[in-house]
Design a protein around this ligand. Structure first.
Ligand SMILES: [Zn+2]
Length: 265
């Protein structure tokens, strides 16, 4: 932690108030509450939430806190572009503040990064909003002050939902292409294996495949489907895999990069 930061009193607000002097057109309508946005600055992404207030007239205030991430308090009638312009103007300050926050940990608080399909999503907690991942942000239907266990439970539910949507769809698409028919395609909680093919033709896949890049998950699908033709790891089996995925070694490497997530989750 950089010198100076630790001297701040407990709960010290890392805020900056910026004079907001632009005249606001009367025709601008207030925007929906709980909006989320992001900007790119020097290759870094700043995701922030915007809290609007009718009482706030002249200033846009930015705070950076561990629990909330970057939060912008703005007048009710400020446009998104105006808010974004202020965030961009203060980007270097924000990035410096973010750098002083505790390093990413398994803690699940707003602003945390969570893995999904080879990328990191910024977690936001928004009761009343359907959980969804969009533009690098995952919104979960949880009160911002909820206990971490509640957030973890909701996150796991979301992952399992995505796994049950995505994995069977990918497996079935590849099965059709490869001309094989699994007896069943199951998504399971199995800690040590990405996938398996039973003698009866039932394929089982680890729900944690939603953590890894889609290309790596496809490799697991094709690997298990190829076992329907070859129940071993013979040259004929690998020939079958390579026939469908000529770049399978590259994909397997991507998968191995994601293995730490498998063991951690
Ligand atoms: Zn195998």
């Amino acid at each position: 932690m950089p010198a100076g930061v630790r001297d701040l009193p407990e709960g010290h607000d890392q805020t900056a108030a910026i004079a907001y002097t632009r005249a606001v057109p009367r025709t601008t309508r207030p925007e929906a509450a709980g909006e989320q946005a992001r900007i790119e600055v020097d290759g870094a992404t700043i995701a922030y939430s915007v809290v609007r207030s009718r009482r706030r007239r002249k200033t846009i205030e930015i705070s950076v806190r561990p629990a909330e991430g970057v939060r912008v308090s703005a007048p009710a009638f400020a446009s998104r572009a105006e808010v974004a312009a202020v965030v961009a103007k203060r980007a270097h300050w924000i990035l410096a503040r973010l750098a002083t926050l505790p390093p990413p940990s398994p803690a699940l608080t707003p602003g945390s990064s969570v893995p999904f399909r080879g990328e990191q999503l910024t977690l936001l907690l928004e009761p009343g909003v359907e959980p969804r991942a969009l533009d690098g942000v995952l919104r979960l239907m949880v009160e911002p002050g909820a206990a971490e266990a509640a957030v973890a439970a909701e996150l796991r539910t979301w992952y399992l939902g995505r796994a049950n949507d995505l994995i069977p769809a990918v497996v079935r698409a590849w099965a059709e292409r490869m001309g094989v028919t699994p007896r069943a395609v199951l998504v399971r909680d199995q800690r040590r294996r990405w996938g398996s093919c039973a003698a009866d033709g039932t394929l089982r896949f680890n729900w944690r495949l939603v953590f890894v890049p889609p290309k790596a998950a496809e490799y697991v699908a094709v690997h298990e489907l190829a076992h329907l033709r070859h129940h071993d790891h013979s040259p004929a089996f690998w020939g079958e895999v390579a026939r469908w995925l000529p770049d399978w070694t590259e994909r397997r490497r991507l998968l191995r990069d994601g293995e730490s997530a498998l063991l951690r989750a």
